[in-house]
Write a protein that binds this ligand. Structure first.
Ligand SMILES: *Cc1c(COP(=O)(O)O)cnc(C)c1O
Ligand code: SF4
Length: 420
């Protein structure tokens, strides 16, 4: 098995005297997060102008870089892809007209504080506002880094109560902040309560710890989590440089505990907006037992406009993956639609034309081919009665048009209707 490179910290001024035991202790890492310019200057070189800009930026946004992640930064190179994700720049102060505080309406779609219930059968449960890192491209900067707190027990209990009372929720995504910034006990409290709810089928944890603080993935953590299976964990690698020996070890520990790992990458300008980088990232992820899940188009949150690329770039990346490499390495490219529209998949077009029975399709090589559909295309119902269970029926959407429950969908307050 290929081993990825170990990080070296002893040659960094700020860490030269740090004991190995401390270095490998997640609490030490957590307590020593880089928050000031003077600490940062002992890790990378910053010129006067950058320092002034950084100062201006820190008046509005916080900085937080774990010592481990800081070691991945290039001391000199200004366009280092790790630096761009970790060190604030003056560009964050730029406000574009299309920017919003809460573009995804996570607060508006929130029935109780801490829960976003957008999709029928699953909820986002933001258990904490604390992260180990403040990623510069964070979509939730309206809350992360502004209020450094975990949710109170009362708020957590309210969220759990909401989930308990809504039998349609079969999937709970613990997010934040970073749920793994909580102590094992606090996290276990939540997992335990959720597992006692019969209708909760799966629990997902969204955490960037394997990337920015792999020391957090201890045996005591995975021993605790595995009591509450099925548990999935989605992490957030953006660049092949982030895949180190330490990250590999953390992912192996999770995978060995039966926790299936997925990855959500954000498409970021100057960091990974390149089909080559993305292909390498997807391959390296599979090597550390992480299945690429999503590539996100960068959201319209305030202060991150400099990270945005075109949607077309995402399509180009998928064009370069699908067929050209292992299908397992091909994530879904999605745009999280403003206004709470949710994730909308986007991919190159593979359908060239259609007739009654025939499809003209093209593959990744440019071969144009056909598929002839059967003459009798109707599915026969086997009367298995799975459909009697309400939870398998669509509540809304085009699926309802297809099953005949609805003849059409129309926007609320259609002007034409008002004329009647
Ligand atoms: C992304 C997201 C989910 C989960 O979506 P999946 O496609 O199931 O991974 C759930 N709720 C909200 C609000 C989300 O943004
Ligand atoms: S094309 Fe992509 S992989 Fe090649 S040098 Fe440019 S950014 Fe790097």
């Amino acid at each position: 098995m290929k081993s990825f490179p170990k990080v070296i910290y002893k040659n960094i001024r700020l860490y030269k005297d740090v004991d190995k035991k401390d270095w490998n202790n997640w609490k030490w890492q957590f307590q020593n997060i880089i928050r000031t310019i003077s600490e940062l200057k002992k890790v990378i070189n910053i010129d006067e102008k950058e320092e002034k800009n950084l100062n201006d930026c820190l008046k509005l946004f916080k900085m937080g870089i774990t010592p481990y992640y800081a070691t991945l930064m290039d001391k000199e190179y200004k366009r280092c892809t790790i630096k761009l994700q970790a060190v604030p720049t003056i560009k964050e102060l730029k406000n574009d007209l299309e920017d919003h505080d809460d573009p995804l309406h996570e607060d508006i779609d929130s029935p109780v504080a801490g829960i976003t219930h957008r999709y029928p059968d699953r909820v986002l449960f933001m258990t904490t506002h604390i992260c180990s890192m403040y990623c510069r491209h964070c979509t939730r900067r309206r809350m992360v880094g502004s209020k450094d707190i975990h949710l109170s027990k009362k708020m957590i209990d309210n969220c759990i109560k909401y989930i308990k009372e809504h039998r349609e929720i079969r999937d709970v995504l613990l997010s934040g902040g970073d749920p793994l910034s909580m102590e094992n006990d606090s996290l276990e409290y939540i997992l335990k309560q959720l597992r006692e709810i019969n209708h909760v089928e799966i629990i997902r944890i969204g955490s960037r710890m394997p990337v920015v603080l792999p020391q957090r993935i201890t045996d005591s953590l995975t021993d605790m989590i595995k009591k509450y299976h099925p548990i999935y964990l989605n992490t957030h690698f953006n660049h092949p440089k982030e895949i180190t020996f330490e990250a590999q070890k953390a992912c192996a520990r999770l995978a060995d505990a039966g926790i299936q790992l997925g990855n959500q990458t954000v498409l970021l300008r100057d960091i990974n907006d390149c089909p080559f980088i993305m292909k390498k990232l997807m391959h390296d992820l599979l090597m550390i037992r992480v299945k690429p899940y999503y590539i996100y188009q960068c959201d319209l949150s305030k202060g991150i406009s400099h990270f945005r690329t075109s949607i077309t770039k995402g399509m180009e990346i998928i064009e370069n993956l699908r067929g050209h490499t292992t299908g397992m390495a091909v994530p879904t490219f999605v745009v999280d639609a403003p206004g709470g529209g949710g994730k909308i998949p986007i991919m190159p077009n593979y359908i060239l034309s259609q007739s009654d029975r025939r499809f003209a399709l093209r593959n990744h090589e440019g071969v144009i081919t056909t598929y002839t559909q059967p003459e009798d295309v109707f599915s026969n119902c086997g009367n298995c009665h799975i459909c009697d269970d309400e939870k398998y029926k669509p509540l809304d959407g085009v699926a309802k048009l297809l099953n005949g429950e609805k003849l059409y969908l129309e926007p609320a307050n259609l002007t034409r209707r008002k004329r009647l």
